[in-house]
Design a protein around this ligand. Structure first.
Ligand SMILES: [Zn+2]
Length: 65
């Protein structure tokens, strides 16, 4: 992981919107597969499903209130 002195990231990266894990273009660990959905990059299909479930829950709550 590299940081510029002003703490701005100097390498392109994404964060999984669901779990917040950093998704580097070339991760050093075994996390080699990411999932693209709705223009976002997720670390796994599980997180895509989780986000969809959360959206559905929020829609249900909004309709009930
Ligand atoms: Zn994730």
């Amino acid at each position: 992981m590299k940081f510029a002195p002003n703490r701005l990231y100097i390498e392109a990266y994404n964060k999984c919107p669901t779990c917040g894990i950093l998704l580097y273009e070339k991760p050093a660990n075994a996390l080699t597969e990411t999932v693209q959905s709705n223009g976002k990059t997720y670390c796994s299909q599980w997180c895509v499903d989780w986000e969809a479930d959360r959206a559905a829950r929020r829609a249900t709550e909004a309709a009930a209130s």
